[in-house]
Design a protein around this ligand. Structure first.
Ligand SMILES: [Zn+2]
Length: 146
């Protein structure tokens, strides 16, 4: 992924050095960011594998939430399928996660919803993606100890 720090326009064209929207020089960052996120997760194998298959664009917010949802289902083993909000509630009630991780789960849920319901489809949401990525990294670090 390439970031336009000027207009936040999405672009994955590997051979482009300049933003196709505003013309400013693009910033390439995903490999470094993923490495820092993996380190934040304590080099969790599952999280690292997830990141290796995740394109860091607005859709990755959905991918991160879905993976976390799947993980919470496997940890909690609820009798019926739960929404992400319900899973977070179960984690909170069971005191399975620290208060910090519960709040980070809510951060992912809120940012993902904000992007999903936004009309600005062309935006890349780098800040939201980074925030969710590192929130997920902290959570996976804690999940490793469960
Ligand atoms: Zn631009």
């Amino acid at each position: 992924m390439k970031f336009c720090l000027n207009c936040r326009f999405t672009q994955n064209l590997d051979d482009h050095r300049f933003c196709i929207n505003c013309g400013k020089e693009l910033y390439v960052a995903d490999r470094q960011i993923k490495t820092i996120a993996k380190a934040t997760s304590g080099w969790n194998g599952e999280f690292s594998d997830l990141l290796d298959h995740l394109e860091l664009d607005a859709h990755s917010l959905i991918g991160l939430q879905n993976s976390l949802e799947k993980k919470l289902h496997s940890i909690l083993q609820p009798k019926s399928r739960k929404t992400f909000a319900q899973l977070i509630k179960l984690v909170e009630d069971g005191k399975l996660f620290s208060e910090q991780s519960v709040q980070l789960c809510h951060t992912i849920r809120k940012l993902r919803n904000r992007v999903a319901h936004s009309s600005e489809a062309k935006m890349n949401y780098q800040a939201e993606v980074m925030c969710c990525l590192f929130a997920a990294a902290f959570i996976w670090n804690e999940i490793s100890d469960l």
